[in-house]
Ligand binder design. Structure first.
Ligand SMILES: [Zn+2]
Length: 312
């Protein structure tokens, strides 16, 4: 078992946008059998032994998340792609940690498996911050002491330390400020495919048309890219390998966003190859009216870059 102690000489203050907390509770309402959760994003400020964390966004678990009453694995690749999109608009945003639920299994603290995972993350050389924040939903229902829909606990792990700090609720404040980003990718169970498809086709003919053309072109030209549908958000993403002119291949994600019934698409490389191509930075800010165009132009620019390198 891991050790636990009160924070001495180290002060953590957490503020959470009300919208974010409500979105977490909404997600809990739809998952009362299996564990669920997601990524927490926001800002932080650290000076000396004081750390202020501001939680102002959420990323859903993603279509390929696996869940059971006692475990929960998120779709990291999907979340990474969504994070890059938020980052393009809010460069200061950071991945602060994760949230997940235990009220479904009665365990009122982090499991040893949770702690092991978080320790691995916080000590990883590529982890951006020196801490990892974990919000845990431990019980359902309002009590005399808790006016919210669920009871939550807050934990913090630090790089190079094998301790789990539990942050007392007196150091946690709920603020009215609007959330920066809430990804509504919710539980994918419980929605029948038939219902989703009918909905897609009858209410959004333009979307259906764009997707059909994307599917036709991408399946023909880029056989390793596959579509995934988030049944709750009814949005789609493509994921898979793109083969380049030097016989290398890179993993790409194409994310669909729907605004006023009009879809738009963005494309990004997976984290492992993003640093290899300059144009990947540029593409974080580009929006396309179809997925096929995003893939086609991105592929062309990636190949151009390879070609320029070979010429030199
Ligand atoms: Zn857990």
């Amino acid at each position: 078992m891991f050790k636990r102690k009160k924070i001495e000489g180290f002060q953590v203050k957490i503020s959470i946008c009300k919208d974010v907390l409500e979105a977490i509770f909404d997600e809990c309402d739809t998952n009362d059998i299996d564990e669920t959760g997601g990524r927490i994003v926001g800002y932080y400020h650290q000076s000396g032994n004081k750390l202020n964390i501001k939680v102002c966004g959420l990323i859903g678990p993603g279509h390929n998340a696996r869940r059971s009453p006692t475990s929960f694995f998120q779709d990291g690749a999907y979340q990474e792609a969504v994070f890059r999109k938020i980052e393009a608009e809010h460069p200061e945003i950071e991945h602060l940690g994760n949230w997940h639920t235990h009220h479904v299994n009665g365990l009122d603290t982090l499991s040893s498996g949770d702690v092991e995972t978080y320790e691995r993350i916080v000590n990883h050389e590529k982890h951006n911050t020196d801490f990892f924040y974990a919000l845990l939903v431990v019980a359902k229902g309002r009590t005399f002491y808790n006016r919210e829909r669920y009871l939550v606990k807050h934990f913090l792990l630090k790089r190079g330390e094998s301790l789990v700090h539990e942050i007392p609720s007196a150091q946690v404040k709920i603020i009215k400020e609007a959330a920066v980003f809430i990804d509504k990718a919710k539980a994918i169970e419980g929605v029948s495919i038939k219902e989703t498809l009918t909905d897609l086709i009858s209410s959004q003919p333009m979307l259906d048309h764009i997707r059909a053309r994307d599917k036709e072109f991408i399946s023909e030209m880029y056989t390793e890219l596959k579509p995934f549908l988030s049944k709750q958000t009814k949005s789609l993403y493509w994921r898979g390998n793109l083969n380049l002119i030097d016989n290398s291949s890179v993993e790409v994600f194409v994310l669909e966003s729907i605004n006023k019934r009009k879809p738009s698409y963005s494309i990004t490389l997976s984290a492992s190859s993003r640093h290899l191509f300059q144009c990947s930075q540029l593409y974080l800010k580009r929006i396309f009216d179809s997925a096929w165009k995003a893939v086609y132009l991105f592929e062309r620019d990636l190949n151009n870059e390879i070609f320029e390198k070979i010429k030199k």
